[in-house]
Design a protein around this ligand. Sequence first.
Ligand code: ADP
Ligand code: MG
Length: 215
Amino acid sequence: MIATTAIEAWLRRAADLLEENKGYLTELDAAIGDADHGVNIARGFTAVVQRLAAQPAQPLGPLFKSAGMTLMSTVGGASGMLYGNFFLKAANVAGDRQTLTPAELLAVLEAGRDGVVQRGRAEPGDKTMIDAWTPAVAALQEALAAGQPLSTALQATAAAAEAGMRATIPMQARKGRASYLGERSIGHQDPGATSTYLILRALADVFTDKDANRT
Ligand SMILES: Nc1ncnc2c1ncn2[C@@H]1O[C@H](COP(=O)(O)OP(=O)(O)O)[C@@H](O)[C@H]1O
Ligand SMILES: [Mg+2]
């Protein structure tokens, strides 16, 4: 069972990893965007964590909803709306649950990914965060179906997101600001796919490394 505290630990770990990689993400966005992704996403996740810490314990639906609303209001740019929608759709699936089974966690991530697609209309291969989300969700599904324990399944999820992130390098962007560059977007790693990888790396860390679970 995945408790609310583990989900909160995930968001804290994600905020830390995004903060640590803020410069890297902004550098990636400088190459094919407007050099704001790292700063924006780190600010947004830090705000999510601060708001959660200030709120009383709540079921996972309201928790994800709070995260989504905070991201929408603090991140700015395309990714604020996309990650915001991710968590709003995740909230619908989580509802009033206080715990998730691994299968429910998969359903939450899948709904979130679908929310990003609904909002941004990107398909795999368009050089966006969807190129990390989609293989990651598929890997989690496959690992759980194969009967792997959650920690192993989440390592496979993060590894698939990382491979998806690297696979954006040779792609030409067809969505978002990078698409304005046309062929000049080829040869650069997508910043949003990179932040998605870090968010899923954080999730895997929480279920692998006990240190990541600490406040
Ligand atoms: N339509 C879309 N669907 C999915 N992801 C998108 C879309 N447009 C942009 N993105 C993601 O958002 C990232 C850029 O985020 P950010 O820099 O915060 O936004 P902005 O381009 O508004 O400055 C891209 O690297 C890409 O992964
Ligand atoms: Mg940008």
